[in-house]
Ligand binder design. Structure first.
Ligand code: SAM
Length: 216
């Protein structure tokens, strides 16, 4: 049975971080790497899309303890865990979907998202990335670390399977259910460029997990 996105993650809260760090290849490398890609300057303002329990933020705050962070997530339990992990840090948490929460204009030095955006289509991402670009300051950038489909066929098959499961289970079209449907890196880059990011660079990859940098 498919589970609603936030409920899926909250139901797996116990052991979530251990799962991420031990079951995903090279997680011990790509979380610190992602944190290193963010601005290393005092007081940087960072937006995290799908911050979860704050794994990438933990590595980042070790490097820039004065960072001012906004984290968005739709799983209540994940946000509660994050809140307790970093007492005294400048962190604002927003419970909601990054598709609907307003981000503001010229607010952030950088944005980050790790292992969250592989659930959505290119069409869903373009308006999200347009909103994200507007929220970045001039010179700002977006660091995306996520896993990707390695072929168009894999991307299409996963999406079709999700559509089939939703139909079979008579689930509403417009609600988010947990099922991984990663885009290919090429399609992700197209979504970012269509949204107005001036260029997108592949910084590094560990098998199917890539870090992309999109320049405002
Ligand atoms: C695999 S976890 C990754 C969390 C964290 N970034 C990490 O790497 O540990 C994916 C997170 O994305 C969140 N998420 C998924 N879709 C979302 C949406 N539309 N808006 C906000 N958060 C979302 C989930 O609730 C979950 O906490």
């Amino acid at each position: 049975m498919l589970e609603k996105m936030g409920e899926f993650f909250d139901a797996r809260l116990d052991g979530y971080e251990e799962h991420q760090m031990t079951c995903i290849d090279s997680a011990d490398e790509f979380y610190p790497y992602t944190a290193n890609c963010l601005p290393q300057t005092v007081g940087s303002r960072i937006l995290d899309l799908g911050c979860g329990t704050g794994l990438e933020l933990g590595y980042y705050l070790e490097r820039v303890p004065t960072a001012r962070i906004t984290g968005i997530d739709l799983a209540t339990g994940m946000l509660e865990t994050l809140r307790k992990k970093f007492p005294g840090k400048d962190i604002s948490l927003i419970l909601g979907s990054y598709f609907t929460v307003p981000f503001g204009e010229n607010v952030y030095d950088a944005a980050v998202s790790v292992e969250s955006l592989h659930h959505f289509t290119k069409e869903e991402k373009i308006p999200l990335y347009t909103k994200l670009k507007t929220a970045l300051k001039p010179g700002g950038y977006f660091i995306l670390t996520d896993y990707f489909s390695l072929s168009d066929e894999e991307e299409t098959n996963r999406r079709q399977e999700l559509i089939r499961l939703k139909k079979e289970q008579k689930l509403p079209e417009d609600e988010f259910y947990h099922y991984d449907t990663p885009l290919t890196v090429e399609h992700e880059k197209e979504a970012l460029k269509t949204a107005g990011f001036i260029s997108v660079e592949v910084l590094k990859n560990w098998g199917p997990t890539y870090t992309l940098k999109a320049y405002r």
